[in-house]
Ligand binder design. Sequence first.
Ligand code: SF4
Length: 109
Amino acid sequence: MTDQTVILQRRKLLRILTVGATLVPLSGLFLRNPALAQQEKVNEDDPLAKSLNYAHDATKVTSKQRKADQFCNNCQLLQGDEGAWRPCVAFANKLVNENGWCSAYVSNV
Ligand code: SF4
Protein backbone atom coordinates (compact mmCIF):
# COMPACT_ATOMS: atom_id res chain seq x y z
CA MET A 1 0.00 0.00 0.00
CA THR A 2 1.49 3.31 -1.06
CA ASP A 3 1.52 6.46 1.04
CA GLN A 4 -0.86 8.07 -1.44
CA THR A 5 -3.32 5.19 -1.09
CA VAL A 6 -3.20 5.53 2.69
CA ILE A 7 -3.79 9.28 2.42
CA LEU A 8 -6.74 8.76 0.05
CA GLN A 9 -8.25 6.15 2.38
CA ARG A 10 -7.85 8.50 5.35
CA ARG A 11 -9.53 11.29 3.42
CA LYS A 12 -12.39 8.97 2.50
CA LEU A 13 -12.78 7.85 6.11
CA LEU A 14 -12.72 11.46 7.36
CA ARG A 15 -15.33 12.44 4.78
CA ILE A 16 -17.58 9.55 5.82
CA LEU A 17 -17.15 10.39 9.50
CA THR A 18 -17.88 14.06 8.84
CA VAL A 19 -21.01 13.26 6.86
CA GLY A 20 -22.08 10.73 9.46
CA ALA A 21 -21.52 13.14 12.36
CA THR A 22 -23.63 15.69 10.55
CA LEU A 23 -26.40 13.36 9.56
CA VAL A 24 -26.80 11.04 12.54
CA PRO A 25 -28.76 13.62 14.58
CA LEU A 26 -30.99 14.26 11.58
CA SER A 27 -31.52 10.57 10.94
CA GLY A 28 -32.77 10.23 14.53
CA LEU A 29 -35.48 12.72 13.67
CA PHE A 30 -36.50 10.60 10.72
CA LEU A 31 -36.39 7.37 12.71
CA ARG A 32 -38.66 8.83 15.41
CA ASN A 33 -41.11 10.15 12.88
CA PRO A 34 -41.57 7.69 10.02
CA ALA A 35 -43.94 10.10 8.30
CA LEU A 36 -41.03 12.47 7.82
CA ALA A 37 -39.01 9.67 6.35
CA GLN A 38 -41.70 9.18 3.72
CA GLN A 39 -39.67 9.18 1.24
CA GLU A 40 -38.12 12.04 -0.50
CA LYS A 41 -35.65 11.46 -3.29
CA VAL A 42 -32.28 13.11 -3.12
CA ASN A 43 -32.12 16.09 -5.43
CA GLU A 44 -28.92 15.98 -7.46
CA ASP A 45 -28.75 19.76 -7.17
CA ASP A 46 -28.80 19.78 -3.35
CA PRO A 47 -25.55 21.16 -1.88
CA LEU A 48 -24.80 17.88 -0.08
CA ALA A 49 -25.46 15.85 -3.22
CA LYS A 50 -23.21 18.15 -5.21
CA SER A 51 -20.46 18.04 -2.59
CA LEU A 52 -20.53 14.24 -2.72
CA ASN A 53 -20.79 14.13 -6.53
CA TYR A 54 -24.03 12.15 -6.25
CA ALA A 55 -25.82 11.12 -9.44
CA HIS A 56 -28.92 8.96 -9.88
CA ASP A 57 -27.11 7.30 -12.77
CA ALA A 58 -23.59 6.34 -11.71
CA THR A 59 -22.48 5.98 -15.32
CA LYS A 60 -22.88 9.74 -15.66
CA VAL A 61 -20.55 10.51 -12.75
CA THR A 62 -17.49 12.34 -14.00
CA SER A 63 -15.44 11.84 -10.82
CA LYS A 64 -12.33 9.76 -11.43
CA GLN A 65 -12.80 8.47 -7.89
CA ARG A 66 -15.61 6.15 -9.03
CA LYS A 67 -14.75 2.67 -10.23
CA ALA A 68 -16.91 1.04 -12.91
CA ASP A 69 -18.37 -1.56 -10.55
CA GLN A 70 -19.44 0.94 -7.85
CA PHE A 71 -23.16 1.59 -7.51
CA CYS A 72 -25.45 2.43 -4.62
CA ASN A 73 -26.77 -1.15 -4.75
CA ASN A 74 -23.38 -2.46 -3.56
CA CYS A 75 -22.67 0.29 -1.02
CA GLN A 76 -22.86 -0.37 2.72
CA LEU A 77 -24.73 2.89 3.33
CA LEU A 78 -27.77 1.89 1.25
CA GLN A 79 -30.67 0.63 3.39
CA GLY A 80 -33.14 -2.10 2.54
CA ASP A 81 -33.07 -4.81 -0.07
CA GLU A 82 -35.82 -3.96 -2.52
CA GLY A 83 -36.80 -1.21 -4.87
CA ALA A 84 -35.03 1.03 -7.31
CA TRP A 85 -35.14 3.90 -4.77
CA ARG A 86 -33.89 3.19 -1.26
CA PRO A 87 -32.84 5.18 1.81
CA CYS A 88 -29.20 6.13 2.16
CA VAL A 89 -27.56 6.92 5.49
CA ALA A 90 -25.30 9.53 3.90
CA PHE A 91 -28.39 11.51 2.89
CA ALA A 92 -30.36 11.19 6.14
CA ASN A 93 -32.31 8.31 4.65
CA LYS A 94 -33.56 10.22 1.66
CA LEU A 95 -33.97 7.96 -1.33
CA VAL A 96 -31.17 7.32 -3.76
CA ASN A 97 -31.33 5.31 -6.91
CA GLU A 98 -29.88 1.80 -6.72
CA ASN A 99 -27.89 2.62 -9.87
CA GLY A 100 -26.54 5.86 -8.41
CA TRP A 101 -23.25 6.69 -6.76
CA CYS A 102 -21.58 9.29 -4.58
CA SER A 103 -18.09 9.83 -3.19
CA ALA A 104 -19.11 8.53 0.26
CA TYR A 105 -19.41 5.08 -1.34
CA VAL A 106 -18.35 2.20 0.93
CA SER A 107 -18.04 -1.19 -0.74
CA ASN A 108 -20.08 -4.01 0.75
CA VAL A 109 -18.06 -6.69 -1.04
S1 SF4 B 1 -23.35 6.59 0.23
FE1 SF4 B 1 -23.50 4.76 -1.04
S2 SF4 B 1 -25.72 4.35 -1.22
FE2 SF4 B 1 -25.48 6.44 -0.50
S3 SF4 B 1 -25.54 7.69 -2.37
FE3 SF4 B 1 -23.39 7.28 -1.89
S4 SF4 B 1 -22.88 5.43 -3.08
FE4 SF4 B 1 -25.12 5.58 -3.00
